[in-house]
Design a protein around this ligand. Structure first.
Ligand code: 13P
Length: 287
């Protein structure tokens, strides 16, 4: 059964560790992440972007697939199925389809509009028992073709949104989606400390987990980050392993072309990446 992310994140905040949100793209991704979380006895959040939702034939297909996998694979750790960077319309679509958690990303609206829409969704999610993530200060980089410069959130605005009763809050602190450029200045810990102070025990979310050095991840967790999103890194490991298999000519040997064989190294590579992140985030054994 899918669960809201509220309990796992409250525990993470109290226990000074973070739960990973790993984005899924297809059956292989979901299976690899669920099996690794189970193996490590870690709670996990499966993230679905609007683009990935469309690719996987709609939110209902995803709910059916993930619920089926939890049963079929005998997954016992808490699993939340979460809309990543949802628009107002898609947040409602996911609530209707049976997601257990949604993100409403109103960071591009003027703060008053972000507040009004977030407030409305807090009420709906509370009534249905879903967790809700809000965002202040857009995260830079490219996601689903949208390229953002990356803002640093205003801690006062963060407190205003946190006060609406959301479950978790994403705030821009110099983090970006995708690979970090050579000249990246790193996370802005001064701002993170201020946001943390303003937002009390609200679990904070760090987007753009790919490529953030381990020491920065640990420092971010010590300053109140309880959820870390990782997407690109699993894609890179999957692609590299698949490239290795094809370049070694293994698809041409015997039945190496069978998709179950062809995709296996990529799946193992996703598992290794997820394992490494769960270790780093400190959520192993916390299920
Ligand atoms: P990365 O693709 O940089 O890991 O970011 C993932 C993310 O933040 C999803 O919301």
């Amino acid at each position: 059964m899918l669960v809201s992310a509220k309990e796992m994140l409250t525990k993470a905040k109290e226990g000074h560790y973070a739960v990973g949100q790993f984005n899924i793209n297809n059956l292989e991704w979901a299976k690899a992440i669920l099996l690794t979380a189970e193996e490590m006895k870690s709670p996990v959040i499966l993230g679905v972007s609007e683009g990935a939702g469309k690719y996987m034939c709609g939110y209902k297909t995803i709910v059916g697939m993930v619920e089926g996998m939890i049963e079929g694979l005998g997954i016992t750790v808490p699993v939340a199925l979460h809309l990543d960077h949802g628009s107002y319309e898609h947040a409602y679509k996911c609530i209707e389809a049976g997601f257990s958690s949604v993100m409403f990303d109103g960071s591009h609206y003027p703060i008053d509009e972000n507040i009004a829409k977030t407030k409305e969704l807090v009420a709906v999610c509370n009534e249905k028992g879903l967790s809700l993530e809000a965002e202040v200060g857009s995260i830079g980089g490219e996601e689903d073709g949208v390229i953002g410069g990356g803002e640093v959130a205003d801690p006062k605005e963060c407190a205003m949104i946190a006060g609406l009763g959301v479950t978790m809050l994403a705030a821009g602190i110099g983090n970006i989606h995708g690979k970090y450029p050579e000249n990246w200045k790193g996370l802005n810990f001064d701002v993170l400390a201020k946001i943390s102070e303003e937002c009390g025990d609200m679990p904070l979310v760090l987007h753009g987990g790919t490529g953030i050095p381990a020491d920065m991840i640990k420092k971010a967790i010590s300053l109140g980050v309880s959820k870390i999103n990782v997407n690109t890194e699993c894609q890179l490991s999957f692609a590299a392993a698949t490239r290795g298999y094809i370049e070694a000519g293994k698809d041409l040997q015997g039945k190496g072309f069978d998709p179950r064989k062809l995709l296996a190294p990529g799946v193992e590579a996703i598992k290794a990446t997820v394992r490494e992140k769960i270790e780093l985030f400190g959520s192993a054994g916390k299920a």
